[in-house]
Ligand binder design. Structure first.
Ligand code: ADP
Ligand code: ADP
Length: 286
């Protein structure tokens, strides 16, 4: 009996793992664009849970570096406290190292990156190299090489799985006054990273994480005097990123003013649409 249960559990685990792999293979890179407080982190965590791909948040990575007192942390601490952007070179190198980690092989959600046109160009170049390093010869067909890469051994005779290479870019648009409320009300758990909001998503007990009981913290740059420079940086430096993706028809804007669950549903629908498109292409290749 115990053996049968154990076997059943193993089968279930294997099935769950392979379903998670199937799901994660299909979405590839996802970029969440949007002003500070738009809900990128909140939605990135939901995509991560559903599709089993990691959230790569440049803001979180930089804050970790500051907390650990690394060279990168020391270089960006004052810049971030003023609400300005860290340098492209520093951020791109940090992202390059992160995307080379094995957990990113089947996709990831970029939250807060790219934030300048130079970063967007860098990401495309990075993805293009990833395509050509790992691609199956069939994928070097010009129409497909821009969109898909294969992680399979090029010499493999079997039908290769394809993974989206160019990112799906989703921008969350949110009204200015709503942004102010979201940013000033934001709290996060220093232990598990869960995000709360004193107005819209309060914890069960005041200022305490529902998951692990840690005392919630307010980000250093979520102060009123730093919010305006951050929004200005978004408009002036990140605005061109949206134009960049718009020009190549890759930008999908959604109404981020809606309740969290509605925004999540829209995002999942977009991602599912791309997965369907991907499966059709896989079927045609089979
Ligand atoms: P970003 O990563 O874009 O800066 P967050 O995901 O951290 O934004 O969200 C900012 C704040 O707004 C958080 O406190 C979060 O709980 C809240 N929030 C996120 N999405 C919504 C939403 N759709 N409606 C209301 N509040 C939201
Ligand atoms: P939010 O979206 O709420 O503004 P983030 O956590 O994404 O917050 O970013 C916080 C800060 O980290 C930014 O104001 C900026 O100083 C720095 N930062 C994050 N991502 C980047 C990036 N891609 N390029 C340059 N600076 C960045």
């Amino acid at each position: 009996m115990a053996l049968r249960e154990a076997a059943g559990n193993t089968v279930r685990e294997t099935l769950a793992n392979s379903m998670a792999q199937e799901t994660s293979r299909d979405i590839g890179p996802v970029v969440l664009l949007g002003p500070p407080g738009a809900g990128k982190g909140t939605q990135a965590k939901r995509i991560m849970d559903r599709y089993q791909v990691p959230q790569v948040s440049t803001g979180d990575l930089l804050r970790q570096n500051i907390a650990q007192g690394t060279e990168v942390g020391c270089a960006v601490k004052a810049v971030m406290a003023r609400g300005e952007l860290a340098s492209d070179d520093l951020v791109c190198e940090m992202v390059r190292q992160r995307l080379r980690q094995p957990d990113c092989e089947q996709g990831y959600v970029l939250d807060g990156f790219p934030r300048t046109e130079a970063q967007a160009e860098w990401l495309d170049a990075f993805l293009e190299n990833t395509v050509f390093e790992n691609s199956h010869p069939e994928n070097s067909h010009p129409e497909q090489s821009h969109r898909f890469s294969s992680k399979e051994n090029p010499s493999s005779k079997s039908h290769p799985r394809v993974t989206r290479a160019w990112p799906i870019v989703i921008r969350l648009d949110v009204d200015y006054n709503q942004l102010l409320l979201r940013i000033t009300g934001r709290r996060s758990c220093p232990t598990c990273g869960r995000i709360y909001n004193v107005h819209f998503q309060p914890p069960a007990f005041d200022e305490v994480c529902d998951v692990d009981g840690s005392k919630l913290v307010t980000r250093n740059d979520d102060r009123l005097e730093v919010i305006q420079p951050r929004i200005t940086a978004y408009q002036e430096q990140t605005g061109p990123v949206a134009d960049y993706y718009q020009r190549s028809g890759r930008l999908i804007a959604i109404n981020g003013d809606q309740p969290m669950d509605v925004v999540t549903e829209e995002i999942f629908r977009i991602l599912e649409g791309h997965r369907t498109e991907n499966s059709v292409i896989e079927d045609q290749r089979a």
